[in-house]
Write a protein that binds this ligand. Structure first.
Ligand code: 4AD
Ligand code: MG
Length: 489
């Protein structure tokens, strides 16, 4: 099935790529993923990695070695005739790093075609069996978060990181194939794109000195940038600048939000993918977003089959069917007003009561995507009061040309809109919302000099990885999560 989709979306296999990157010229070692896929008996190879388990028999010992390239380990057989056998065996605890040279042989064991018969073995770093936190048992994800420096060595987090990488790769492929320019928007900015006030200030003022001098107000004119600056919440405004010169662009970078939401879907630092398309309206925006998600899901299904199979078996038994569901079905498309009507007719009891004008809550989004449509739903044309200043005002003046894509299990995965390209309308929106007009002079200028209709969207990258892996908590799909009260590692 996967193969069919891949042909459909013309996804190239990344196999060749893996091989090239993985042949480490300095040591000439091979990656375990390559060996398991393509290794043949009698090949002489060298591997490097970490011991997962050891099993000692009378005449020989088995160790399972993992090098991060695949979920599966390579079984290594150590014969008694190996030099220094007794001493080595004693040291081979879980977590030890080593290099092994030897020859591949057919494996008599079930579930694996080949194993490595060791000719020589070098230990790089010992690992204390008493204190090493990753013993061979199931650890909770909460516990693993406390050992963020080691958790990448577990099956689940290892698989997550490979899928995350495959998602990023597919995203670039999609846009590059379509001729979009990858633009790098600033991480430090003076504007609040979303206007939600969830900004982290960036300063090099000596705050302790200011406090001691008991100044009532901080004077940012003496700060590094001569004004108050923040970590960006979105690269969109600058992406719009670039789209007004290059037509089709995208950003892919970290964004920051100081929202105090301790949920399984929110991070204070997350990665966002934001395409911006000139000469495009809301419909074109929806079409691109749907094609984009389908492409990425197809591509990852093709490049990480073992990891996805693992998630399906061990984390969430609906992962594969959810992914196929996205690939195979047209997304539902409804307006906000229709969504409210459907929610009102639903006979469900929601914690947040439903009426026209409310911002959709996670429970509403999930009802629509999971229960009602059972597939992704694109909701368009939200009330202007609950959306950002840059969204294009619809003719009836009550709603804006916004779109959110709601995915089963996740809720909002993409948020986007057609942008307001008319100077006068934008100016009056900015005035209505009491936004500082002067600081947006350049944004307004774009509407003065060759303005064009344009649209774009933002994909929450971690929410995508969550969807692909079925992981419950967003903290487990980013290597080093940043959340309220937590910036360890
Ligand atoms: O809906 P949002 O706020 O939209 C924007 O920032 C627009 N400027 C995007 C654009 O049109 N270029 O955020 C976009 C997506 C959300 O749909 C969600 O998937 C994700 O970013 N997101 C978060 N992901 C993790 N943690 C958070 N705190 C998030 N906030 C938003
Ligand atoms: Mg949003």
């Amino acid at each position: 099935k996967c193969q069919i989709h891949c042909n459909l979306y013309n996804v190239k296999s990344t196999k060749g790529l893996i091989r090239k990157i993985n042949s480490n010229s300095k040591t000439n070692s091979s990656k375990i993923i390559e060996i398991l896929r393509e290794g043949k008996p009698e090949q002489k190879i060298k591997i490097q990695g970490w011991v997962r388990t050891k099993r000692e028999l009378k005449e020989f010992a088995f160790i399972e070695v993992n090098d991060g390239s695949s979920l599966a380990n390579l079984q290594v057989v150590l014969n008694r005739d190996l030099s220094n056998y007794e001493n080595i065996i004693k040291r081979l605890n879980t977590g030890v790093s080593l290099g092994v040279e030897g020859v591949l042989v057919e494996s008599p064991a079930k579930g694996q075609k080949i194993e490595l018969k060791a000719h020589s073995l070098e230990i790089f770093g010992d690992c204390d069996g008493e204190t090493y936190p990753l013993q061979k048992k199931r650890h909770s994800f909460e516990f693993l978060r406390t050992i963020g420096h080691l958790r990448g060595r577990t099956n689940t987090i290892g698989a997550v990181m490979r899928v995350r990488n495959a998602c990023a790769n597919a995203i670039h492929q999609f846009f590059q194939n379509k001729g979009f320019l990858w633009v790098h928007t600033p991480i430090i900015t003076a504007s609040d794109c979303e206007g939600a006030g969830e900004l982290f200030t960036v300063t090099n003022l000596n705050l302790e000195e200011i406090l001691q001098a008991k100044k009532e107000k901080i004077d940012y004119s003496h700060d590094f940038f001569g004004r108050q600056a923040y970590l960006t919440v979105s690269g969109q405004l600058e992406a719009e600048i670039m789209a007004m010169a290059f037509q089709n662009v995208y950003t892919f970078g970290p964004t920051f939000r100081a929202e105090n939401s301790n949920t399984s879907r929110h991070l204070a630092e997350f990665w966002m993918v934001e395409p911006e398309i000139a000469f495009c309206d809301l419909e074109g925006d929806q079409n691109l977003a749907e094609e984009f998600l389908k492409y990425v899901f197809t591509s990852v299904l093709n490049s990480c089959p073992e990891d996805l199979e693992f998630f399906n078996q061990r984390i969430n038994q609906n992962v594969l069917s959810n992914v196929s569901n996205i690939i195979d079905n047209e997304f539902a498309r409804i307006t906000y007003t229709e969504a409210i009507n459907l929610l009102e007719k639903s006979n469900q009891t929601f914690e947040y009561p439903v009426e026209w004008g409310i911002d959709l809550q996670s429970e509403h989004e999930r009802y629509l995507a999971e229960k009602l449509f059972k597939k992704p739903v694109i909701v368009t044309n939200y009330p202007k009061e609950i959306k950002a200043f840059y969204m294009r005002l619809n003719d009836e003046q009550k709603t804006v040309a916004a779109m959110d894509i709601l995915a089963p299990n996740i809720g909002e995965i993409i948020g986007g809109s057609q942008r307001e390209e008319r100077l006068d309308v934008l100016e009056s929106r900015i005035a209505d919302l009491n936004i500082d007009r002067d600081s947006l002079w350049w944004y307004l200028d774009l509407r003065r000099y060759g303005s064009v209709p344009h649209a774009g969207f933002g994909l929450g990258f971690e929410r995508l990885v969550q969807f692909m892996t079925g992981m419950e908590n967003i903290r487990d799909v980013i290597p080093f999560p940043r959340t309220p009260m937590n910036a360890e590692f």
